[in-house]
Design a binder for this molecule. Structure first.
Ligand code: C2E
Ligand code: CA
Ligand code: CA
Length: 718
């Protein structure tokens, strides 16, 4: 409003009346010369009350205030200026533009309170955010929409220090965040991160995809770290906060758990479960190959006699040995192959792209890696292994089947003797099935189908029958009469051999007592398994059998193999001493097949030594007329120790001559009498007596005329 000389309003309408900004003009002596309508509202006074009066007359309190001082400065400098001002009464913010002119000064007020307060809030929020960032233990950055680093917290900078020590340049304020991250991330992870951040930024600021996570692996020097990266779009802005939390400890413990689930703790090798997975993978991979090289081999290795080692040297040394076996096996395999531990003393070796010939070569290589003894705590322990080899050709196997085949082959290797390699053949699968059937049936009803056959034991000086050896057979309803080879080893494994022996002890002692009552005083020999010593029931089982049958203890001979005694000599010795004390006789069976210490063996209360058939065969192969040095030496030794010797497997007149010449006391074999069922024994004995009773002579005469000794040859059994 332009006031005229008299302070009256002019008739012309004010062109600035509708402007929302307040506009005022003051002359050089600070009198108001113009005020628009907005200025009246702002100053809360009518224009006519202010026009022509000075600023201080109108607003005495403005004296000395910052606004007055600033306007005075503008006038003094003659330069327009813009500044922000807080209206003290209204408590609102205004932007002031002051334009000096020769007559005074024009001042424009614009209400910026809302903007100013929004900015203040924003700044406070940013300040707070910066504080939060700073307080976060995880390295954290704030990046803008170009993914440049706007701010970073202390932890980020500290991490940067680590990088710098490695000669890398960490991301600084203003740097490209993705470029900085490329230092520590794999290319794959980096691609995921790039895509994730772009997706975050592409969405609306408050849209759905506001966060993004990535776990990644990074390296500082030689150590691997794991981080969880979490990026979130800041609400209401196009900035993104990215934190990088160190999750190394958690990942490590998860990995340790996972590792434990798949590995054997002692050797660090994959366990059964993990090996089966590896075999499955190898088979799948082989199936996918186009070059025809798609056979996969699995070797099942079982240490020989490891239980004995464990028992005699202690589990601690056993563990040391197992760990060494693992190392030796690992030394023999190619990089893509795997060695695992099935448990106890059993190992698996998986060889990819390996045919039967190569697998056999590998097996022999594994075997010869055992050539040197294994050192353990100052000891030097010789070890050998039995190895079964199975090879899967294209698409024919799954891991379980292949493992079963390797297992069957290993079993065949084991039963052929120690330190052998056996290649799987489909027949073995049949054998494995048979073993399973035997194990199940023996547990169920088969024990009632067992029968005993009796083979004569003959004195070599008189040719008289001294006694009988009880040999078990299985009258199988479908397969006919089965020899012990077909089922006893399974019974040993399952432990069924104990109740079987217990039952045979009862049956045979009762039988011997019955025959004695009929005038046939025949000593009864019963085979006892090594396992019987471990259960410590042998003494009781024998006592009960003798008590119930009434058989004189001297008439019972227990036959034990030398290896069975060697397994736990002290335990065996204790039990044998008790039995010997009752009067029972002890015989060592199959002498010459094991390799236990003779001194240890002869420390036992042994009455008889049964010399294995294989020694007789060896003697036979020796120079003609020679009885075989070994055979003669053994017999001489038993003589001096007062032990009687039995020659096993006397099949021919030549054998008979040989064992006599060697000085054996007793003999057993097809030439003299085959194993026969109980009901045939009395008739056979009577026929022998009728023929003079000297079985050796009878046999020689019969051989000369081509008939069997004693006139008895069984169609079944041996
Ligand atoms: P063993 O104790 O050495 O028994 C002698 C084996 O040689 C018997 O085989 C017998 O039939 C066979 N034999 C006898 N004379 C001759 C011969 O002149 N030539 C040949 N080639 N063989 C002959 P069998 O009955 O098959 O028994 C095999 C093994 O099974 C036995 O060997 C013994 O170790 C075991 N066994 C048999 N019955 C029992 C038993 O009741 N309990 C236990 N624990 N083992 C038994
Ligand atoms: Ca025997
Ligand atoms: Ca024998």
């Amino acid at each position: 409003m332009h006031p005229d000389e008299h302070g009256a309003r002019s008739a012309q309408p004010d062109p600035l009346a509708a402007v929302p900004d307040a506009v005022a003009h003051l002359d050089r002596s600070w009198r108001f010369t113009y005020l628009n309508a907005s200025a009246e509202r702002l100053l809360d006074r009518r224009a006519e009350d202010m026009l022509g009066r000075t600023l201080l007359e109108c607003f005495p309190t403005a004296a000395g205030r910052s606004l007055a001082r600033r306007l005075a400065q503008v006038v003094r400098h003659g330069e327009p200026r813009v500044f922000e001002h807080l209206h003290s009464h209204q408590q609102r913010w205004y932007e002031l533009r002051a334009f000096p002119d020769p007559n005074g000064i024009s001042v424009l007020f614009r209400d910026i309170d809302e903007r100013r307060r929004r900015e203040e809030r924003h700044a406070a929020a940013l300040h707070e955010l910066a504080g939060v960032l700073e307080a976060l233990p995880a390295p954290t950055v704030l990046v803008d929409h170009d993914l440049r680093i706007l701010s970073a917290n202390r932890a980020w900078h500290a991490n940067g220090e680590l990088l710098r020590r490695e000669g890398k340049q960490p991301g600084q304020l203003g740097d490209d965040y993705l470029e900085a991250m490329a230092l520590g991330l794999s290319p794959d992870d980096h691609a995921v991160l790039t895509a994730g951040l772009h997706r975050l930024l592409a969405g609306t600021p408050d849209g759905a995809h506001r966060t993004f996570d990535l776990d990644y692996e990074g390296r500082f020097g030689t150590t691997t770290f794991w981080f969880r990266l979490q990026a979130s779009r800041v609400e209401g802005s196009d900035r993104v906060v990215v934190s990088h939390t160190d999750i190394t400890e958690r990942v490590r413990s998860e990995q340790a758990l996972q590792w434990q689930a798949g590995h054997d703790e002692l050797t660090g090798l994959p366990n059964r479960r993990r090996m089966l997975r590896l075999v499955d993978d190898a088979l799948d991979e082989a199936a996918g190959r186009r070059d025809g090289r798609n056979s996969t081999a699995l070797l099942h290795l079982d240490l020989d006699g490891f239980k004995t080692i464990n028992d005699s040297l202690g589990h601690h040394i056993g563990d040391v040995l197992l760990a060494q076996v693992a190392t030796r096996l690992l030394d023999q395999v190619r990089p893509g192959d795997a060695v695992g531990r099935l448990g106890a003393d059993q190992f698996l070796v998986l060889a990819r792209d390996c045919d039967s010939a190569e697998a056999a070569a590998l097996a022999f290589r594994l075997q010869s890696s055992f050539a040197l003894p294994f050192p353990a705590e100052g000891l030097s322990v010789p070890l050998s292994s039995s190895i079964g080899v199975a090879v899967a050709h294209l698409g024919t196997h799954d891991a379980q089947t292949l493992l079963g085949d390797a297992d069957a082959a290993m079993y065949a290797a084991k039963s052929a003797g120690r330190d052998r390699v056996h290649l799987f053949s489909p027949g073995l699968r049949e054998a494995a099935r048979w073993r399973l059937e035997v194990a199940t049936r023996l547990r169920d009803d088969a024990i009632d189908q067992l029968v005993v056959h009796y083979q004569p034991v003959v004195r070599l000086d008189t040719g008289l029958v001294e006694g009988l050896e009880a040999l078990v057979r299985w009258q199988h309803p479908q397969r006919g009469l089965l020899l012990p080879d077909a089922f006893l080893s399974v019974a040993e494994e399952t432990g069924q051999v104990i109740p079987i022996t217990r039952r045979l002890l009862r049956e045979t002692t009762a039988q011997a007592a019955a025959w004695a009552a009929e005038g046939m005083d025949l000593r009864m020999s019963v085979n006892v398994s090594a396992r019987h010593f471990a259960t410590e029931t042998l003494v009781r089982d024998v006592r009960l059998a003798l008590r119930d049958s009434g058989l004189a203890p001297e008439q019972l001979v227990l036959e034990l193999t030398e290896t069975s005694v060697a397994e736990d000599p002290t335990r065996a010795e204790d039990q044998l001493t008790v039995l010997r004390g009752i009067g029972v006789r002890i015989a060592i069976d199959d002498f010459g097949t094991g390799w236990s210490s003779l001194a240890q063996l002869f420390a036992l209360p042994i009455g008889t030594l049964k010399i294995d058939r294989s020694l007789l065969a060896a003697a036979e192969r020796a120079a003609s007329g020679d009885t075989g040095a070994v055979l003669a030496a053994i017999v001489a030794l038993t003589r001096t120790l007062g032990i009687r010797s039995v020659a096993e497997g006397v099949e021919t007149v030549d054998h008979l001559r040989m064992v006599r010449a060697a000085g054996c006391d007793l003999a057993q074999g097809w030439l003299l009498g085959r194993p026969m069922p109980a009901d045939e024994v009395p008739g056979w004995v009577r026929r022998v007596e009728a023929a003079g009773g000297d079985l050796c002579r009878i046999a020689e005469v019969a051989a000369a005329s081509g008939a069997p000794a004693g006139g008895v040859r069984r169609p079944h059994g041996r």
